[in-house]
Ligand binder design. Structure first.
Ligand code: 3UK
Length: 547
């Protein structure tokens, strides 16, 4: 049984059995005390150590200092404890775009000994209800502009007893009646403080449970050793704080070094590029698509303030890395992370970057490539990625724990190759590998080749059923604005181009031009949707075009 300081033991009671946990390594090296409240560590300590007047959160309209944030978090903690009867260990839902009050709620909940369950602002009532039921949530804070969705959510589930809106004065009125001080609840380093739902590309969402200690661990591994932020850095980026990529990159990493962060409620690439020009941040977190679209739609924007750019969520193709380098002189830091691991565990920065490769295990983590039986394979062999470190997968009451953790290693569902120098090269999601005429083909490798073509803006490559070959490679292509008209001639041009870049058997035998690719809220291409669409077409007797 995990030691817990909590009155409500739901989280501890629903951790997977110990023998299903991944092996946690290098925890002691992090040197954390046994009792630890991560909100106190990241926020109260900043104020206590004299950094209360430093700016921490900036928006296009206003800025908050560390003290402003701490005072708001304290008042929110008091509302939770004194008005809403929060028991320690209770889960609190957050539903809002990236803004300072969302961050204040995050810290308020954790200071009060609650557990944060943050949800992407675009989630609808049906999806919110699933999260609420799974994490047994009684209390919610939300941005008042999302009120309609919250009303509908509460019609679907009766669990939420109190939902307070902010931005319209409701939560603010409760806060105004409270003093600005609140002593953080003494929590254990292994108490759960965060349940992050995996964006997953398919299936029922999985809640991943993370400890107070884990929140600091991601700051003191990837951020400290690979990103290397400084006190005077200004962070910016697009991922929602409900996505742990965004939480780390836009809140935890800056605050660990007392830096500042620019929060944008909506950050599609053109807006992100404009905000970079306006705020002159030094560190940017976004997706590969974010970088590609910034180049396409904001070529004239001044991005010269950036000194570190981080990409995650999907593989960063060499073509994107090169194009960004040509425009900004910056090599993007690619990093693979997962909700289960909380943040990035393989990456590289500076001179260590090899464009096209993800990088090497982040200090504190170990990674290897394994075969179907779980044995490590020799270098340059494609297999399944397995990783372990101070953080790891602990699903909330989910059978899938047994398939994610094998022999103490976290198996992420990614096919990878490690080269002789120890660099890890992403191949595909394991279930996205295409087998055609007996060949194993990685969709993202074909995508990387297509992206080298000047007319290709975005693309996704999947396997679709084919009577002759079992499966054929099909590319869905989104063209650049200045590309010639979509049609058979251009499709053939792309096919010839791919054959010249990579082994010809990998070329897309079918090419379909599309106006957009289906994506998850965290920005990942939903290849299963493309496969389903292609299969539906095939069964309707509409054969995919083959050349
Ligand atoms: C894929 C990548 C290739 C990969 C995440 C940074 O993406 C994050 O978490 P999710 O749970 O998805 C995990 C899966 O996404 N992936 C992520 N990064 C890369 N594939 N190259 C990459 N650089 O399939 C992985 O298993 O949504 C990323 C930090 C925190 C995160 N939660």
């Amino acid at each position: 049984m995990t030691p817990t300081a909590y009155q409500d033991t739901f989280a501890a009671d629903h951790l997977p059995p110990r023998d299903q946990w991944p092996e946690l390594i290098n925890v002691d090296q992090l040197g954390y005390p046994e009792w630890l409240n991560c909100a106190e560590e990241l926020l109260d300590r900043a104020v206590a150590e004299g950094d209360g007047d430093r700016l921490v959160l900036r928006t296009p309209e206003y800025s908050w200092t560390y003290r402003d944030l701490a005072e708001r978090a304290n008042r929110i903690a008091r509302v939770l404890v004194e008005d809403l009867g929060l028991k320690t260990g209770e889960r609190v839902l957050l539903h809002a775009p990236n803004n300072p009050m969302l961050v204040a709620c995050w810290f308020g909940i954790i200071k009060a000994g609650g557990i944060v369950v943050a949800t992407m602002p675009m989630l609808r009532a049906r999806e919110l209800a699933v999260v609420i039921e799974k994490a047994r949530i009684r209390l919610a804070f939300f941005d008042h502009r999302l009120a309609a969705e919250m009303v509908e959510t509460r019609q679907r589930t009766a669990l939420v007893e109190q939902a307070l809106a902010y931005g319209n004065g409701e939560l603010e009125a409760g806060m105004a009646a409270k003093p600005a001080e609140f002593a953080a609840v003494k929590t254990h380093g292994e108490d759960v403080c965060l349940i992050a739902f995996s964006s997953g590309t398919t299936g029922v969402p999985k809640g991943t449970m993370h400890f107070h200690r884990d929140v600091l661990a991601i700051c003191d591994t990837f951020s400290q050793h690979v990103l290397k932020p400084r006190r005077d850095d200004v962070f910016i980026g697009s991922p929602p704080l409900a996505f742990t990529f965004g939480l780390g990159g836009l809140v935890l990493f800056p605050m660990r070094v007392r830096a500042a962060t620019v929060l944008l409620e909506k950050a599609p690439p053109p807006e992100l590029a404009k905000a970079i020009e306006q705020f002159r941040p030094t560190i940017c977190f976004t997706s590969p698509t974010g970088y590609r679209f910034m180049l396409e739609h904001a070529p004239a924007c001044n991005l010269s303030s950036l000194r570190q750019c981080v990409s995650a969520g999907e593989t960063l193709p060499k073509a994107t890395s090169d194009a960004w380098f040509a425009k900004t002189g910056q090599r993007i830091i690619d990093g693979i992370g997962a909700t289960e691991m909380l943040h990035i565990f393989i990456s590289a920065s500076g001179d260590e970057i090899r464009p096209g490769a993800t990088g090497k295990p982040v200090p504190g983590f170990e990674a290897r490539v394994i075969d179907a039986e779980g044995r490590e394979v020799p270098p340059d062999t494609i297999g399944r990625l397995a990783v372990r470190g101070p953080t790891g997968c602990r699903y909330l009451a989910d059978e899938r724990q047994k398939s994610y953790v094998l022999g103490g290693w976290n198996v992420t569902g990614d096919a990878y190759r490690m080269d002789a120098d120890g660099y890890f090269w992403f191949q595909a999601r394991t279930d996205d590998m295409i087998v055609s005429s007996g060949y194993n083909i990685s969709g993202p490798e074909v995508e990387a080749a297509l992206l080298e073509h000047p007319h290709v803006m975005e693309c996704a490559v999947v396997g679709v059923p084919d009577a002759m070959r079992g499966m054929i490679v099909k590319a869905f292509v989104l063209l650049r604005a200045e590309a010639p008209a979509a049609g058979a001639a251009l499709a053939e041009q792309l096919q010839v181009f791919v054959k010249a870049q990579i082994a010809p058997y990998k070329y897309p035998r079918a090419v379909e031009f599309v106006a957009a690719l289906p994506r998850t809220e965290s920005g990942k291409v939903q290849r299963f949707k493309l496969r389903q669409a292609a299969e539906a077409k095939a069964t309707k007797g509409e054969a995919p075009r083959t050349n």
